[in-house]
Design a protein around this ligand. Structure first.
Ligand code: FES
Ligand SMILES: [Fe+2]
Length: 357
């Protein structure tokens, strides 16, 4: 007998977004001559850097006998398969077959699907659709200002891209899952939040928020101060959290997601901050908190993924407090259906709520 859980919606992955750019590694990780195996939305890819320094991404399957190409070697502008040495260029065309006398017949396929790749803002980006010219360019990270400390982190989240993005931008869970570290459930004050949705992004601006009373808040700004706080989502998978506390403290975390599989998301985070206390002092103090916070998030995401899979799909109930999750879902679903906003910057929707933070 097969038991069917009640009222489940079919699971619809949000990971298959065609014609979008996703980061697959930090630029410094892609060394000359060292191809990397990466997975993008379930598709195995080999990412490599040619002798001229250009990044390239091919389907990780040799056209000859289905051996992965990632264990191969970069030779000049080509990637050579480790089995019989067929060489492919960055467009996936086979350019050389060792031992074959005479020229290769260019009319014969003998190619592997190729994805456009870019090196930009310290990340290697791969276009999600193979064998096409990109219709847009990757998301641009904000350039770090003078006097800023910059840290980069790669983290694995055991959740769907939607759940991971919502988690990164969700305020209400911070008082519970991370109780005391950031916000606390007891000490709360009424503030306003303005939600804005544009053609390709959504943001929430929190107005009147006191400096978070938890340990991390006190570390960021020991003397308190007025907080300017924005949480932003940009298609296809960027989460950005910005805090300004008083005039001197600015904290900006921009995370770009790579949907590896339905329930596995890689996040490349760039943390930029300028604080009244010197960055070199604050950084080692912040790191254990960041690790602890992330471990708590990972546990919640893993539990969430397990339940979604057990019930065969997501099912959400939300209140006004769930400001960005439904917007992220809506934007991702539209992007998944191939819909693009006529004007990405047009304000489509705005609403203000009051909440206790
Ligand atoms: S399997 Fe790649 S060259 Fe033969
Ligand atoms: Fe969290």
């Amino acid at each position: 007998m097969r038991l069917v859980p009640p009222e489940t919606k079919p699971h619809t992955s949000v990971a298959r977004l065609e014609h979008h750019w996703f980061p697959v590694c930090f630029s410094h990780e892609l060394k000359a001559r060292r191809p990397l195996a990466r997975t993008l939305a379930g598709t195995p890819l080999v990412v490599f850097r040619t002798a001229s320094g250009e990044p390239a991404a091919l389907l990780d399957r040799c056209a000859h006998r289905n051996v992965p190409l990632a264990p191969g070697k970069v030779t000049g502008e080509h990637l050579a398969c480790s089995y019989h040495g067929w060489e492919f260029d960055k467009a996936g065309r086979c350019q050389h077959v060792p031992g074959l006398c005479g020229d290769l017949d260019p009319e014969r396929g003998r190619r592997v699907p190729a994805h456009a790749a870019r090196d930009q803002d310290g990340l290697v980006w791969v276009y999600s659709t193979a064998d096409v010219a990109p219709v847009r360019e990757p998301f641009r990270f904000p350039a770090p200002g003078e006097g800023y400390t910059v840290a980069r982190r790669e983290v694995f989240a055991p959740g769907t891209m939607h759940a991971t993005l919502e988690n990164a931008l969700d305020v209400p869970h911070t008082a519970f899952l991370h109780g005391g570290l950031f916000r606390t459930a007891k000490k709360r004050s009424e503030i306003r939040a303005v939600l804005r949705r544009f053609g390709d992004r959504a943001e929430v601006e929190y107005i009147g928020e006191p400096r978070p009373s938890g340990l991390v808040g006190r570390l960021l700004s020991p003397s308190g101060g007025i907080v300017t706080h924005f949480d932003r989502f940009f298609l296809p998978g960027i989460a950005q959290v910005e805090y300004r506390i008083g005039d001197e403290n600015h904290f900006l975390v921009t995370s770009a997601c790579c949907p590896v599989r339905d329930f596995e998301t890689r996040m490349f985070a760039v943390i930029q901050f300028r604080l009244r206390l010197p960055g070199a002092l604050v950084r080692p103090l912040l790191e254990p908190f960041a690790r602890r916070i992330f471990a708590q998030d990972v546990r919640a995401l893993a539990q969430q993924s397990e339940v979604i899979q057990r019930f065969g799909g997501e099912q959400f109930e939300s209140t006004e407090l769930d400001l960005l999750g439904p917007q992220i879902w809506r934007l991702l679903k539209a992007a998944e259906a191939g819909e693009t906003a006529a004007d990405p910057d047009a304000l489509e929707y705005e609403k203000e709520i009051r909440l206790l933070a």
